[in-house]
Write a protein that binds this ligand. Sequence first.
Ligand code: 1GP
Length: 247
Amino acid sequence: MRVLRHLEERLQKGKLHMTLVDPEKQPAEVASDVASSMEDMGTDAIMVGGSTGVTQENLDTTVRGIKSVVEVPVILFPASAQTISEHADAIYFMSMLNSRTTRLLVGEQIQASKTVKDLGLETISMGYVVVEPGMRVGEVGLANPLPRDDPELAVKYGLAAEFFGMDLFYLEAGSGAPAPVPLEIVSAVGEEISIPLVVGGGIRNGRSARELVEAGADILVTGTAVERTRDLASLKEILDAVKRGNR
Ligand code: 1GP
């Protein structure tokens, strides 16, 4: 089944969790173990990508390793057109809507388009907005980070993504952010847009996860909590908070 359709069907039943694995941060065997334990805990997809340090080799070996041990979809979360793996199930065809450079708005996507087609990768189009503090991705992406006290601007970005026909809208506080995207922003955007709202960056415990899904996030992404803690208890707490109330 196509990945987007699979995710949409699961979203009919409730909220989703995705695990972000950065190929630079650990060898492929470790990444595969992490992905496999996250699948056992109920994660709905594995995203593979990172802002820096992703090479064709570490990407391919990581994606292949993960694919060999999980059944959930493996989706590329690309930083540029340079590193795309044919072994993934799909790729986020994403635009950083608040980047100051046309390179991340549309330039990398133009460079990548023919390769993506030739590899037969499913594309899932996604509007991506970096929220303060933005961390590394905000810096390398030359973002004008969305102010944490401006839910109205966030809504405008979300609606623009929807009206462009994008499949998903992602609010990103940045990997390793000290706090997730503010709840006021999540609830304002969640109320206005009709495409699924993805929220990531700085989600470390069950309480944050629960508050974000209650505020209106449809899909939560965690990366650092997975890498850093390997603390099964807090990861389980996050998964349980996301899945609570799912049918
Ligand atoms: C990064 O939002 C994700 O794109 C994950 O962030 O590493 O802080 O969980 P964390």
